[in-house]
Write a protein of this length. Structure first.
Length: 413
């Protein structure tokens, strides 16, 4: 084949693309020699790359295994709700304050008609705000060892070596208040017959204010407990001594003081009565119309009462009683009742209490004694509830007793 076609064929056959695979002879040329500088640089690059790989793998705890990264946000824990510790309930003060009331409403609630000067006058139109007044008054615990001696039937009260008297130590203390200032009319009340009926006695203890003195007869059961309850509630107590009356049918019980008895027997019976309980400020007659009218029989009793540091309360039941005059000759502290409340009729009870209040306004002081009947206890509780609002101070019986001469004064006589 000649001409141009032959030339084109030769060029194609000589192309590497058309050469038989693997049949081309291997070219042997001189080996390529790298310089020392190139070798050092290459080795350095390899070393650095290796160190980088080691560092990267050291930080990878998964050893190169694939893993996912989850972001955990720290959230501050919620503060627990603060719960106040339970507090013991306190007596309701503001919530228990009664609402405003007019003067007429106060008198209606008290159940007592107040007598006013002049033509009687109208009930004041001004408002009265009643605020409960509570005082935690603690009476001296009884018995006080200084004031006790051994008797034939049990412990008996006695005058202390330094002149200390049971009438003072066991008395309910007076509170210094602006509404009890000098010149304020004062009323004292004793409710008797306590201890004979346990339920009724506890009603009187709880319903009557502490300034009301309670009289206990020596015949009740569990007298020590009841007297302790009364004194814990702030009531001072008096021993009611059964005495002979004019009525033949009146028989209060055993160990009665009678005019027919000898002096020794009278005092022996008195000591039995005195030993029944402790902590009383004085003695009051229980019945006793005939006995208190007999000077020979009554005189040694009053003398013994005064010598033991006690007071004597005449309940006002007998107009023939010699207690007031004999108390002076026997050096015995004395209190005489002005009003005796003994009716079972509510209106009559209220009238007696109104009379007591009027006497206090006229004389400055007034003393009332009452039988411990349920209706009387209820009426006295109502009467005393608003007494201070009417300008009268309620005080214990001992606060109005005449003061007997001291031991030193007796020694000089």
């Amino acid at each position: 084949m000649q001409g141009p076609d032959q030339d084109e064929f030769d060029s194609l056959s000589s192309s590497p693309l058309h050469a038989p695979l693997g049949l081309e002879p291997r070219r042997r040329g001189p080996p390529s020699h790298l310089s020392a500088r190139q070798l050092v640089v290459g080795a350095s690059v390899v070393a650095v790359a290796g160190i980088a790989v080691l560092i990267w793998r050291g930080k990878d705890s998964m050893g190169g295994e694939p893993y996912a990264v989850a972001r955990i946000e720290r959230v501050a824990p919620e503060k627990p709700a603060i719960v106040a510790a339970p507090v013991a309930s306190a007596p309701d003060v503001t919530g228990s304050i009664p609402p405003r009331a007019s003067g007429a409403e106060v008198e209606a609630a008290a159940g007592v008609k107040v007598t006013r000067g002049g033509d009687g006058g109208e009930v004041p139109a001004g408002l009265i705000i009643q605020v409960p007044k509570t005082f935690d008054i603690q009476l001296t615990p009884a018995p006080d060892r200084r004031l006790v001696e051994k008797g034939p039937y049990g412990p008996l009260p006695k005058m202390g070596a330094d002149g200390t008297r049971a009438a003072d130590i066991y008395a309910r203390p007076l509170i210094s208040r602006t509404d009890a200032r000098s010149g304020t009319p004062r009323v004292a009340l004793m409710v008797g017959g306590m201890g004979l009926n346990i339920t009724l006695t506890r009603e009187a203890i709880n319903q009557l204010p502490g300034a009301v003195t309670l009289g206990f007869a020596p015949y009740g059961s569990d007298l020590d407990t009841l007297v302790a309850e009364a004194r814990s509630a702030g009531h001072e107590v008096i021993l009611q001594s059964p005495m002979e009356s004019f009525g033949e049918s009146d028989d209060p019980g055993p160990f009665v003081l009678k005019t027919s008895q000898e002096k020794a027997q009278i005092l022996d019976n008195l000591y039995w009565q005195m030993s029944r309980f402790q902590g009383y400020v004085g003695i009051a007659g229980f019945l006793g119309g005939r006995f208190t009218a007999s000077e020979p029989a009554f005189t040694p009793v009053l003398r013994d009462i005064g010598a033991r540091g006690l007071l004597y309360l005449d309940d006002g039941s007998s107009p023939r009683s010699l207690a007031r005059s004999l108390s002076q000759t026997t050096n015995t502290s004395f209190v005489g009742a002005d009003v005796l409340v003994e009716s079972r009729n509510g209106e009559e009870i209220d009238a007696a209490l109104t009379r007591l209040e009027s006497l206090a306004r006229d004389k400055g002081v007034a003393v009332g004694t009452a039988n411990g009947l349920p209706v009387i206890i209820e009426r006295i509780a109502r009467f005393t509830r608003t007494l201070e609002n009417r300008g009268i101070t309620l005080v214990p019986v001992s606060a109005l007793a005449t003061r007997a001469p001291s031991v030193s004064s007796r020694a000089r006589r």
